[in-house]
Design a protein around this ligand. Structure first.
Ligand code: HEM
Length: 176
């Protein structure tokens, strides 16, 4: 078992970060779509706090990727598919940054930052500001929809590799 990625497989740190981010992002999108229907102040608060966890995990993932090599693709995967796969992955990481940043910004601008008891975690340099609320809410909703599309493409591709093409693309994100 290797901590670092190798030419053929993802290391245990990348795999752990990947599945942690996947569960967090898919969970947050699901809860986010239901937030207004649930209407519970506790769930809103948990959504904001978990958003800060997503932001942290996304930043760690990006830094970790920069310190690692990336396993190559088997020759059976055409070049254009490799480019699309990598672009989708980069865009998903970007989405995992923009979602919490936009949410944190508009929640702070609206005077409702994430909080644990009396400890409030307001975004630095943001005060009450209707323009930030407007653009934060717009970006948060727009990027959520884009992210749902990207995750659908990414998941479908991963499952096709495993169940139809039967290569090692999915397996190497599970074990090495
Ligand atoms: C059940 C859902 C998911 C499955 C089955 C899945 C599967 C995979 C697989 C098999 C790879 C390796 C692909 C390759 O070698 O090109 C991969 C890589 C990647 N996936 Fe996912 N994934 C899922 C959800 C997500 C989500 C929700 C995100 C982010 C929001 C994400 C972000 C990434 C990224 C950034 C990579 C590149 C490696 C890394 O930096 O971790 N995935 N995924």
């Amino acid at each position: 078992m290797s901590l670092m990625n190798t030419q053929d497989s993802f290391g245990s740190v990348t795999r752990t970060l990947h599945w942690l981010l996947a569960v967090l992002v898919i969970g947050m999108l699901t809860i986010g779509l239901l937030l207004d229907d649930i209407g519970s102040p506790l769930v809103y608060q948990l959504h904001k706090l978990t958003g800060l966890v997503v932001l942290t995990v996304a930043i760690i993932s990006i830094i970790w990727n920069m310190c690692n090599i990336r396993p190559g693709y088997p020759a059976s995967v055409p070049r254009w598919q490799q480019i699309i796969a990598k672009s989708v992955q980069h865009l998903m990481l970007l989405g995992a940054l923009i979602m919490p940043l936009s949410g944190w910004a508009f929640a702070t601008a609206a005077g409702k930052p994430p909080a644990i008891g009396s400890l409030t975690l307001a975004m630095p340099f943001i005060g009450p500001n209707p323009t930030i609320i407007h653009w934060g809410v717009t970006i948060h909703g727009f990027v959520a929809n884009i992210l749902i599309g990207l995750i659908a493409i990414h998941t479908l591709a991963a499952l096709t590799h495993h169940f139809v093409l039967k290569d090692n693309i999915f397996k190497r994100m599970v074990k090495n």
